[in-house]
Design a binder for this molecule. Structure first.
Ligand code: AMP
Length: 193
């Protein structure tokens, strides 16, 4: 894997464990010479993961919509900062440039980014792994929701394997290296296989 997109909070969260984990992820990406692709901001966990990768000599590419430049405070020390026109362009670029996607704890923006890329995988638009770095059990309610979706037959069991979770950066990257995408979703002929 050469590039990983990280979705994470523009806030730091209530506990220092979130920032510490963002730092560990940034360091681990740099150590493995994986380029970090992220939202380009200098705030919250976004700033923390980028700074940590850069401090370890890693490559970091930020993708920031112009209208967010001041609100999210553009990171000025990145390997490259790509300015785009819209959120849609930002997400499309991240999807295109990354070989895999990791969500760290965050708010609605993080969730939106994760779910969009997850559903694109389910639709067969890409075959890249998407994972939750489950710090402080933050993503447990979402994992339970996926269990509910499967149990209540709103998600086919074969897509459950797309929900990758791990407590450590090393663990999630190891899971990514052996990831095989399920076959493409079809509605008429592919039910419950
Ligand atoms: P948050 O997790 O809410 O702190 O947001 C994290 C990142 O997601 C920030 O870079 C936000 O700009 C971005 N974001 C917020 N809303 C959306 C959205 N509707 N679509 C895509 N990204 C978003």
């Amino acid at each position: 894997m050469k590039t990983i997109a990280v979705f994470c909070g523009s806030s730091e969260g209530a506990s220092s464990i979130y920032k510490e984990s963002a730092i560990k992820l940034g360091q681990e990406l740099a150590r493995r010479q994986i380029t970090l692709i992220y939202g380009g901001a200098n705030v919250g966990l976004m700033g923390a993961v980028a700074d940590a990768a850069l401090e370890q000599g890693g490559q970091v590419i930020g993708i920031l919509p112009t209208f967010l430049q001041n609100r999210e405070i553009a990171h000025t020390g990145l390997t490259e900062l790509m300015m785009v026109e819209s959120m849609h362009e930002r997400k499309a670029k991240m999807a295109e440039m990354a070989d895999g996607f990791i969500a760290l704890p965050g708010g609605p923006g993080t969730m939106e980014e994760y779910f969009e890329i997850f559903t694109w995988g389910q639709l067969g638009l890409h075959k890249k792994p998407c994972g939750f770095l489950n710090i402080n059990q933050y993503f447990d309610p979402i994992v339970s929701m996926f269990d509910m979706m499967e149990r209540e037959q709103f998600m086919q069991p074969k897509y459950r394997s797309m929900v990758i979770t791990d407590h450590t950066a090393e663990g999630i990257l190891e899971q990514f290296s052996s990831y095989v995408a399920p076959s493409v979703k079809t509605y008429l002929t592919d039910q419950r296989t």
